[in-house]
Design a protein around this ligand. Structure first.
Ligand code: NAD
Length: 283
């Protein structure tokens, strides 16, 4: 199936990045969020990234204009009526995602594929809210989307081979490296990554060391390009907590228990880079 026009639902850090790489790949993109100001915020951020690439000599001004010209802002899901493919990248919350998939199933053309960029939620369950479960799939980009090459392509129990192939090929077209994964809590990336981040947070909670020291050990001792607490701040502590909850409930195993400090920081609104404060401060 040839994909030409897509909708990205959610213009936050992931949705904005997905819209950018899709437009760079020559696709027409409808970028949707709840309010115009949220879509504008995503577009402003994207423009800054593209301008940085111009300054580095990686992109011309005309290319930037062509990329941005392929993106149409939207604040109504009804705009999905004319797309071949939708990727949802809204808050990591099952009931919010289910509502969106139910609506998209009514609005998008019958042949359209509906994908989720969820970090951890079950694709099979999201698919079951629609009447086209064979056309529902996980397409999990990494953050920041324009930089990271991996995309986990997650098959729900009913996902068809044709849907899988279309999304696999779409990832290649976006210059990404797709990896096939089956539908289990946290897939591969977050099942391995999040318990490490959670353990680093326990180290802060128990007073083992400062956040700076913990990150230093992992960067300089394990050759990680970024410490786990800085990474948690970049991902968003609300998203980290949501993923830990999915692992904890999905496997019913106490080894995935979210650290109480993580819960407390999320309750305080200390969500990391996006709010200016997490384990570190951002100005
Ligand atoms: P974010 O908070 O930056 O953005 C979410 C956006 O969704 C916001 O702009 C919000 O206004 C919008 N939104 C919420 N409800 C909506 C609705 N009903 N309709 C339209 N828009 C709506 O979050 P994010 O970090 O971009 O994460 C989005 C998704 O991507 C989550 O499922 C997350 O788990 C996943 N993800 C995140 C990362 C990461 O590192 N942050 C990495 C991979 C995947």
């Amino acid at each position: 199936m040839q994909i030409n026009r897509i909708m990205v639902v959610g213009a936050g850090q992931m949705g904005g990045g997905i819209a950018q790489v899709a437009a760079q790949a020559g696709l027409q993109v409808v970028l949707n969020d709840l309010k115009q100001e949220y879509v504008d915020r995503g577009l402003t951020f994207m423009t800054k990234l593209l301008e940085r690439n111009i300054a580095k000599g990686k992109l011309s001004g005309e290319e930037k204009d062509r990329i941005l010209g392929r993106i149409t802002p939207s604040i109504s899901l009804e705009d999905a009526a004319e797309v071949d493919f939708v990727i949802e990248a809204v808050t990591e919350n099952m009931s919010v995602k289910e509502k969106i998939f139910k609506s998209l199933d009514q609005i998008a053309p019958k042949a359209a594929i509906l994908a989720s960029n969820t970090s951890s939620l079950p694709i099979t369950e999201i698919a079951a809210t629609t009447e086209r479960p064979e056309k529902v799939i996980g397409m999990h980009f990494m953050n920041p989307v324009p930089v990271m090459v991996l995309v986990e392509v997650i098959r729900g129990i009913a996902t068809s081979d044709e849907t899988f192939k279309t999304v696999h090929d779409l990832a290649l077209r976006m210059d990404k490296h797709p990896v096939e994964v089956n539908d289990f809590p946290g897939f591969i990336s977050n099942r391995v990554l999040m318990p490490m981040i959670n353990e680093a947070i326990y180290c802060v909670y128990e007073g083992v060391a400062t956040p700076k020291a913990i990150d230093e050990v992992m960067r300089m001792g394990m050759n990680h390009p970024m410490g786990p607490l800085t990474l948690a701040d970049f991902i968003g502590l609300d998203t980290c907590l949501a993923i830990m909850e999915v692992l904890y409930q999905g496997f019913s195993d106490s080894k995935y228990r979210p650290c109480p400090l993580l819960r407390k920081m999320v309750k305080a609104g200390w969500l990391g880079k996006k709010t200016g404060k997490g384990f570190f401060e951002y100005h």
